[in-house]
Design a protein around this ligand. Structure first.
Ligand SMILES: Nc1ncnc2c1ncn2[C@@H]1O[C@H](COP(=O)(O)OP(=O)(O)OP(=O)(O)O)[C@@H](O)[C@H]1O
Length: 239
């Protein structure tokens, strides 16, 4: 398995927020994680990304134990809803930022950013500053910046939460396309049931710091805890 999370526990004071978290994920797959506010999703992502240290447990990425590795050395990108672009850099430079840090030659940066802008359907927006872009366009630039450096793992924390329904739907389609094109392995946290089903190759449900990963989408749909059955009954009741 590409990502292996083994018995992670994380507490804040007396509050045990992540309880014995264990799961694994194959390369190039997306695990979507659904859960109510406060159940520990962000804490889980931050622990995997290295922004928080677990009390105990292990994290292996591509066979390497990264539990103690500093966040900037993990090759993991954490992307969240309010993720800010650099306000003084235009769309092109925001995407190029990580590549410049890696000292990639200018010609190659031009090629990679050009390709990314095309994939993100942002041609013609390259020169715009963040405050001249729409919310959905800014989100796409953030996304481009996150994946342009080919991270081993992408952690997405409710990335489309602030977008209107139509834009959100287009971002979901674009995300699917880009994860396939850039061979991305990701954890996708969302409050949205439909989004969880659409985005995940696998689905997990988190409740009170405990994560259940379903081997099959059908099991997820049938489990009364996940809320899918309520949803089906609601829509069925309107017929
Ligand atoms: N730095 C911290 N110090 C103390 N408690 C914290 C800290 N960060 C999170 N918590 C607590 O841990 C619990 C889980 O928070 P977390 O942010 O992981 O939830 P979440 O599932 O991501 O929620 P949401 O969907 O609302 O973002 C909450 O009770 C929160 O108050």
């Amino acid at each position: 398995m590409f990502l292996e999370v083994q018995h992670i526990i994380k507490s804040f004071g007396a509050e045990k927020v992540v309880k014995d978290l264990s799961f694994s994920l194959k390369a190039k797959q997306t695990l979507s994680i659904l859960g109510k506010s406060g159940c520990g999703k962000t804490t889980m992502l931050k622990t995997i990304g290295g922004l928080l240290s677990p009390d105990s447990g292990k994290i292996l990425l591509d066979g390497e134990d990264i539990t103690e590795t500093r966040p900037e050395k993990r090759n993991i990108v954490y992307l969240y809803q309010e993720d800010l672009l650099f306000p003084h850099l235009n769309a092109y430079e925001n995407i190029a930022f990580g590549l410049r840090l890696k000292k990639i030659p200018e010609g190659l940066i031009k090629e990679k950013v050009g390709h990314m802008l095309h994939s993100l359907e942002l041609e013609g927006q390259a020169e715009k500053m963040p405050n001249q872009l729409s919310g959905g366009q800014r989100q796409r630039v953030s996304f481009g910046r996150a994946i342009s450096t080919n991270p081993s793992l992408l952690l997405l924390d409710e990335p489309f939460g602030s977008l209107d329904t139509g834009t959100r739907q287009r971002m979901q389609e674009l995300f699917k396309k880009l994860t396939a094109e850039y061979d991305i392995t990701s954890l996708f946290v969302t409050h949205d049931l439909k989004e969880a089903v659409l985005m995940g190759d696998q689905i997990g449900f988190m409740q009170n710091g405990l994560l259940t990963v379903y081997s099959d989408k059908k099991d997820f749909i049938q489990d009364p805890q996940t809320g899918v059955q309520n949803e089906i009954e609601f829509w069925g009741g309107l017929r």
